[in-house]
Design a protein around this ligand. Structure first.
Ligand SMILES: [Zn+2]
Length: 251
């Protein structure tokens, strides 16, 4: 399961964000123009030809953007075009009117910038988004993400008139505290597909961390911690052994 973090781009990078969005827009628009031209000539373009043409064109230019972000910009058009073809085919099959189904031939002045995994790094708690060798990276200070980023997107939020980063993070599977099989939590809930055990996601994480450090295998979920002394010393920590309730001795 993936989780998306939305972070606002710091003020000092708003200008850079705009600049690279414009580069992404230029690349996207080039893809649009190429397809338009091919369509008027009645030429069907294969994915391979498209990729080769775009890479050849990019090679002549010196756009300051990570090479994989450039690639993502023109592939976005490919995806949009394929979706259009599918829609068209479906409508034709059903005998519907297709005159209002138009190809995605609108060029874009600005386009979202995609940062692939290889363009995302961490250094001393800062998130670094690479823009290639010739352009400064974007540095988000003190960024705390839970999990490994898969990719990020730089998107302009119309309502806030600002650029934001949507960072997609892979949520790791957690082992079930009861049977040990691995499951990915959904939202805040953890449900084991093998034994049906259900609990709050963070609770499962806590149990697993507890076990990792105590080596305890006999913890039973759902029992209360030992209450001795809590009333008079609210922040009292009891010894670990007090919290271990062996299975079968819970009554
Ligand atoms: Zn289980």
């Amino acid at each position: 399961m993936d989780k998306t973090y939305i972070l606002s781009v710091p003020e000092e990078y708003q200008g850079l964000a705009r600049e690279i969005s414009m580069v992404s827009g230029k690349i996207y628009s080039k893809a649009v123009n190429f397809f338009k031209r091919m369509q008027t000539k009645g030429i069907n373009v294969s994915r391979k030809t498209f990729d080769q043409y775009m890479e050849w064109w990019l090679h002549q230019k010196s756009f300051k953007l990570h090479s994989q972000s450039k690639q993502a910009a023109y592939q976005q058009f490919w995806t949009a075009y394929q979706a259009y073809l599918k829609r068209l085919q479906k409508a034709k099959k059903k005998g519907q009117d297709t005159s209002n189904i138009r190809p995605p031939f609108r060029s874009k002045k600005y386009n979202k910038v995609v940062f692939k995994k290889s363009a995302i790094h961490f250094k001393d708690g800062d998130l670094i988004l690479s823009n290639g060798k010739e352009q400064a990276p974007m540095v988000i200070k003190g960024c705390c993400l839970k999990g490994a980023p898969k990719y990020a997107e730089l998107i302009f939020h119309q309502d806030k008139k600002k650029y934001y980063l949507h960072i997609v993070v892979e949520v790791a599977s957690q082992s079930c505290p009861v049977c040990g099989s691995k499951n990915k939590p959904e939202n805040r809930n953890y449900e084991c597909k093998s034994c049906g055990f259900r609990y709050h996601r963070d609770g499962v994480g806590a149990i697993n961390i507890y076990r990792k450090y105590t080596g305890s295998l006999s913890l039973v979920v759902g029992l209360l911690a030992c209450p001795t002394g809590v009333r008079y010393t609210p922040h009292l920590c009891c010894p670990i052994e007090w919290n271990i309730h062996p299975v079968g001795k819970t009554a």
